[in-house]
Design a protein. Structure first.
Length: 563
């Protein structure tokens, strides 16, 4: 691991913010690192308000989208809400469909089959719309590159409203409205929304026309927060507001589907991290193992007993997903070792019988193991399909763009993408991709980085600091949990490996002149010798609070150690 200490902000800026907010240097430094430099910005950061949300009509084509929905309702048209099979897509479909159904009955949902139709808008979906007299399709979390599909629908007199957040190509689809804050001609003030976030802006705009306020839309924010967490978008600006209020809904009064998913969770208050690791994988499991329709059925169900039945089925899919993922990861690791490819600049693997629904997770696991941009391929019909994952600061989408001549189609963003190609093009693509990565990646990016916010002493850790750090939540990209480094610390003699295979490390650490803290290092069991015999060492860590039997204690969550 390489430790990178973030550069300290200008002293004048820190002092100014300290005085304005009456806070200490550490908190002022953390805020400025997050782009918070004034009293007003700090107020928005610490006290997000639904009033901070932008006017949805600032988004290009929003007026056209709302007008088309209103026309459909006035004429009694059938509306099909179409979305991708992952968390962002299924929550977006559930959001828009459940909102429209709250006052208009002719609304149905459509999630493409991952195996039969693949990602995005499908010809089969458009044919389904034609066969069932749907004259308007609202596409969520997909569609920005579906030029041919939209032309196909236009010939059948089926209109499209596209709500996407992926990067557009050179040409936009000829839809009635294309809502995408990443459009070059869209001046919407915030372009980091997820697909469900763009769907939320659409219902916010429709609600405004119906004389509803933002308060009327709060019950839908549990879906938006789930999508924000799962899609790993920045927790800044509007996303921070939507995530904060969405988490409040999840913790206080979630929809029956989410309530059914979390009813066995022991924690009193769920965080964004809990959404990422508890709620999101289960919603995803439906589309990975069976069909994304099951996730939409769960998230739009208003009867808790029925939601419990749906949730237990999805729980089973999640268990199957874990087993498959484990098995395929082992096979992929063996393939890399056997072919002696672990020193390559990129990892590209393929086996025709790997389950298409879990190759994205396997790509993430391989990236964690070898820390290389990674693509995992499997057979899908008469083509190969793949999921790609990247390492910090390397744009895998750009790398794929450089190899586009070998691909049938691809889409995604900086850190994750999907693609298809003809089987005979696999080896040429693999060679081209590995060459592209080798020529464009900085060697430092192949070593996992721990970005450290600040160096502190244990004497700096006090109740006020912890109270303020808690107010930095919700955490996520561009507002990660603060990471600190402290030097010259020692274990008090309690250090021991824990876990089934002694893979974790538990210790009690002190620094001269300070009280001690319990500490745990997941995956650091092999560093036991480093901390024994009163050896001084440095640690990078996050500060956690542990609650047990009503007592709250501070615990350091170690990320790495060195002498």
């Amino acid at each position: 691991m390489r430790w990178t200490l973030k550069s300290k902000p200008e002293k004048e800026k820190v002092l100014k913010l300290q005085n304005e907010l009456q806070i200490d240097e550490i908190i002022a430094t953390l805020l400025i690192q997050r782009g918070v430099e004034t009293y007003e910005q700090a107020k928005t950061f610490f006290r997000p308000s639904l009033n901070d949300l932008h006017n949805p009509y600032l988004m290009k084509d929003m007026d056209k989208a709302v007008a088309r929905v209103e026309t459909a309702i006035e004429k009694g048209e059938n509306i099909l809400v179409f979305g991708d099979y992952d968390v962002d897509g299924t929550t977006a479909v559930s959001l828009v469909a459940s909102y429209l159904r709250s006052y208009y009955p002719n609304v149905a949902t459509y999630i493409p089959d991952r195996y039969d139709e693949g990602y995005g808008i499908s010809y089969k979906g458009i044919d389904f719309a034609e066969d069932n007299q749907f004259s308007l399709i609202i596409a969520l979390d997909c569609g920005i590159k579906s030029i041919d599909h939209i032309d196909y629908a236009n010939k059948k007199n089926i209109d499209f409203i596209i709500c996407d957040h992926h990067r557009p190509g050179d040409e936009l689809p000829r839809a009635v409205a294309v809502l995408d804050p990443k459009r070059s001609d869209c001046s919407y003030p915030y372009d980091e929304l997820c697909g469900c976030g763009v769907g939320f802006k659409l219902i916010q705009a429709i609600a405004e026309k119906r004389n509803q306020t933002i308060v009327d839309l709060i019950p839908y924010l549990d879906l938006v927060a789930t999508a924000i967490a799962a899609d790993i978008v920045p927790i800044t600006g509007e996303n921070r507001v939507l995530a904060k209020f969405g988490l409040e809904v999840i913790n206080a009064n979630p929809r029956p589907g989410i309530k059914a998913l979390i009813h066995n969770v022991k924690k009193k208050v769920l965080t964004i991290t809990d959404v990422v690791f508890i709620i999101a994988p289960r919603i995803n499991a439906a589309g990975r193992i069976k069909h994304g329709n099951e996730a939409v059925a769960l998230l739009t169900e208003y009867n808790l007993d029925q939601a419990e039945i749906f949730a237990s089925e999805i729980e089973q899919h999640n268990s199957n997903r874990k087993e498959l993922e484990k098995q395929i990861t082992v096979e992929a690791l063996l393939q890399i070792e056997t072919n002696n490819e672990k020193e390559n600049f990129a990892t590209v693997v393929y086996q025709e019988d790997w389950h298409k629904g879990v190759i994205g997770i396997v790509a993430s696991r391989l990236t964690e193991t070898y820390y290389r941009p990674t693509i995992v391929f499997t057979k899908s019909g008469d083509k190969l399909a793949a999921s790609a994952r990247s390492v910090k600061d390397f744009d895998i989408y750009n790398a794929l763009e450089a190899c586009a001549e070998h691909l049938e189609q691809f889409g995604g963003h900086m850190y994750a993408a999907g693609m298809t190609l003809k089987e005979e093009k696999y080896l040429a693509f693999k060679e081209a991709f590995e060459k592209t990565v080798e020529e464009s990646i900085h060697p430092d990016l192949l070593i996992p980085e721990i970005a450290v916010d600040a160096e502190i002493n244990f004497t700096d850790i006090n109740p006020k600091l912890i109270r303020l750090l808690n107010q930095f939540e919700p955490f996520g990209p561009q507002n990660m949990t603060p990471v600190f480094v402290t030097k010259n610390i020692k274990d008090t003699g309690y250090a021991k490996p824990i876990g089934q295979n002694d893979e974790h490390l538990k210790l009690f650490v002190k620094q001269k002149g300070s009280e001690g803290f319990a500490a745990i290092g997941f995956g650091l069991g092999n560093k036991l010798e480093m901390v024994t015999n009163q050896n001084p060492f440095e640690a990078v860590y996050c500060i956690d609070e542990n609650e047990f039997n009503g007592n709250v204690t501070v615990q350091l969550r170690l990320k790495d150690l060195k002498n």
